[in-house]
Ligand binder design. Sequence first.
Ligand code: HDE
Length: 711
Amino acid sequence: MAAKKNIPNKPATNGLKADSDKIEPSYTEQQGNGGETHQKAGEKVATLTSAQGIPIADNQNTLRYGARGPALLEDFHFREKIFHFDHERIPERVVHARGYGAHGYFELTESLQDITRAAIFQNVGERTPAFVRFSTVAGSKGSFDVARDVRGFAVKLYTKEGNWDLVGNNIPVFFIQDAIKFPDMVHAVKPAPDRDFPQAQSAHDNFWDFISLTPESFHMIMWVMSDRGIPRSFRFMEGFGVHTFRFLDNNDRSTFVKFHWKPKQGLQSVVWNEAVKINGADPDFHRRDLWNAITSGDFPEWELGVQLFDEDFAEKFDFDVLDPTKLIPEELVPIRKVGRLVLDRVVDNFFAETEQVAFCTQNVPPGIDFSNDPLLQGRNFSYLDTQIKRLGSPNFTHIPINAPKCPMAHFQQDGHMAMRNPVGRANYEPNSWGAAGGPRENPEQGFRSFASDETGPKRRLRPESFADHYSQPRQFYISQTPIEQKHIADAITFELSKVERPDIRSRVVSHLLHIDENLATTVADGLGLPLPQPALATQPTRTDLLPSDALSIIKNGPKKFAGRKMGILATDGVDANLFAALIAAIKAEKADYEVVAPKIGGITLSDGTKVAAQQKIDGGPSVLYDAVAILASKEGSKELASIPAAKDFLSDAFTHCKFIGYSPEVCTFFKKVGLADNMDKGCIKLDDKNAVSAFVKTCGNIRFWQREKLD
Ligand code: HDE
């Protein structure tokens, strides 16, 4: 059959005749190999190759019979490229699918030599490489960052004696007491199986149904419904190992330990109305924040704190230290700060590092051991299995991000994607090949488990000591400031308002009655629900537990505006001196800023200086910033009043209790937004240099909470 003479999508053939018998130049060849290549003159560029290293001549066209004929099976380059692409996805994590990681190091600041023989805790000043992955729990990989959820805080420490994975959360307790409940709990919070929604949220029937039937979850619920569930960024949240672990010294003497990560930047959360809007404006809010902080040299840092206690304390403590729905108040067992974790390097490749990193709770080096916490015991099974499934081979430890950075020698071999196999003749132990026979076990240096005495009948039994479900939730609640208590009530009311079945709403409130009557009545009232009878309680709520300041975010907020971001909404004609003073004050505080302008091209100041904008007003709502400044000329103020997004910028900043600095001309804009009569001490006029620097300092308080009505 005669081939058509023209080439598809090609405007003109340059007189070339297509002929099935001749090698025909492709459209791109005729266009000078794809037209513009962006290659600078004289610049050396690597030659594209296949994965097998074969140099590729044409990456634009498949090999085909003639110009318009069928593709040829022979095209190994096409096949390799497409097949590889077809296999690009691996299963996302069943929980904690959406995460973001960074590299850094842990530095010991206080030796724990007398407590543990773990190498990482011996020498003050010694640095151990670390990789941290933060995550949400319920949402899928492509969900948004500021969901109301628990945050994963998983730390891989590449110690000299093997990898230690401290796979924690930003909340010190958990929903359930026994690992066997985990699949139910996760199924309940994830999208319903028939309709596959809602995504990345807990405000639905299935979740609250499960919770209302699982009283042990109420301590965790109080935390998740507090502003801890909507952190401002990964940088401003705590991390907790949750379970009780053991430290073992050289003589195998055991000390119980709970691990805490305390952010040097102070705690900070967003408010719910803000979270909802952030998720629309920037679904990547948290990952962008971490990336920007690290790449700009503002390395986030946490202190490692340990709570150390012995069997005696465990015996006397009000609750069972093996119960993961309980915490030990810092007032009872103070936190000893023993090191710092610094994140100073972003990943080179998200998939290779953040996606392929495989945390396993059972990865502990000598000197660290487990307790009998039934959740921890269950996790020690789950993580290895999940990594083999997710990464497709037990050789996931060969992937660089998972490989230990200490010497390794073992006889595990083969399997999919084996990168390292034992060398030499012997691949078994014991053997009689002497040194050539490979590694041997070492009772001195090797991992030894704590020799605990375990007895008891084989049964499925929840210990009596796990039966108090309401006392610590109450303690958490009374430790909050009134604003924080209000946010908890608002959050539960909101979530339950999305629950369709009134009996589920009512059952939740029946538990709240055991935690705090005021909370229960506020929620019931907010839902328009008659107050139910209290739920049947396995134990009465203790009212003698004292408030603990450590449990409040507001009481542990930042001291400065450092590390935070100002949104400067500005127009043409802004006083150049004022603008310069504001930028200088922000820099002096070691904070960051973005200029938000009516046009992305930027603004021209009163002295003619051009200033670039980072955001056009529609893309830079005030929810993306910790504080805002609105700088405009008289004309600019009028212009802002005509832009709906600019009005939202101000009214949202006001509603979210942000500090608002404004140039005197902006008063008319406040009027147009309907806020002229509400201006309070959180709205600060920037009329001279001193006012500007006082404003930026005040922003260190993050919010002007007095603006929020407590009713
Ligand atoms: Fe996890 N959890 N978990 N979890 N978990 C996973 O492992 C599991 C629990 C936590 O950034 C999975 O690699 C069980 C408590 C974090 O890669 C899986 C139970 C805490 C991460 C798994 C728990 C956590 C995971 C899914 C109940 C806080 C993300 C993918 C016994 C102390 C790690 C994966 C990362 C991930 C199982 C409960 C924290 C399925 C069975 C409690 C931070 O193995």
